[in-house]
Design a binder for this molecule. Sequence first.
Ligand code: ADP
Length: 328
Amino acid sequence: MSNPIKNIGVLTSGGDAPGMNAAVRAVVRSAAYHSIKCVGIYQGYQGLIDDKVKVMNARSVNNIINKGGTILKSARCLEFRTKEGRQAAYKTIEKHQIDALVVIGGDGSFTGAMIFQEEFKLPVIGIPGTIDNDIFGTSHTIGYDTALNTVIEAIDKIRDTAISHNRLFFVEVMGRDAGHIALNAGIGAGAEEVLIPEENLGLERLLDSLKRSEKSGKSSSIVVVAEGDKTGRNVFEIAEYVEKNMPYYDVRVSVLGHMQRGGSPSCFDRVLASRMGVYAIESLLEGKSNVMIGVKNEQMILSPLEKAIKGKSEINRDLIRVSDILTV
Ligand code: ADP
């Protein structure tokens, strides 16, 4: 039987992440390797609705493996959440005779892909690209490793000024629902405490810990706070509370913000994205659909999109223990 997939569309959607370009490159080049046509869709689902489609060949993705962001651009598209929007998107699929779609994004993008697949029976494959690492079915998402490296580099710099002035720094990192970045970067940067969404360590415990370390001779400290930490206060309120109770410390807040999304992807993310892109095309050619590519114990795996969306990616609780021990 001849292969029914002759033309594959690829898009990046939702929050951008370093390594998305490496994934686009891998998808486009693998399609070329298998002599399949490939089109890039610009601005995620919005580009599908607005017919922003460009034919891509192996040379269209030269010199992008090292670039942050996404050359295909990304977007949050409200229209795609409506049946009418998805119908308009499907018109573009028909116009360009796209036989399958590779969606590089987070769980929101996968929800859209799953609904689209159900409505129009178009084969779809998800590649997890998000710095938060909050997707079930993969130990690592594309962009997470780069973001961790960016965060520890920033905290290392903050440490220099903290030491010079006997300061206590509260550093807010991304992670509204997941503490992966905070916990790993906290350990990697040698933070005194880490506040994460998964566990309420309590402000009193934080104060006790900071007082203990001050007594033990520490003159400066760094506390890493995930955006969505469970204390119910934002990073400025936490800092204010601690400053009131520990007046001898010069307390400062640093919100790292969007710089965590940018930058050249790490080697780990480039390799991961390359493997995932290749595996996405191979899986489509084997007739797989409605699944997400993941990595587990170094091996590529597939999970149903529904599981990837509904499942919860758990933090490694042993890291909390390690963090506690090392701040003695
Ligand atoms: P991420 O993919 O990073 O989680 P979003 O949650 O913003 O980012 O989702 C990206 C896009 O996916 C949205 O802008 C929207 O176009 C599409 N999407 C998300 N949820 C749905 C849904 N329930 N139905 C249809 N499309 C959706």
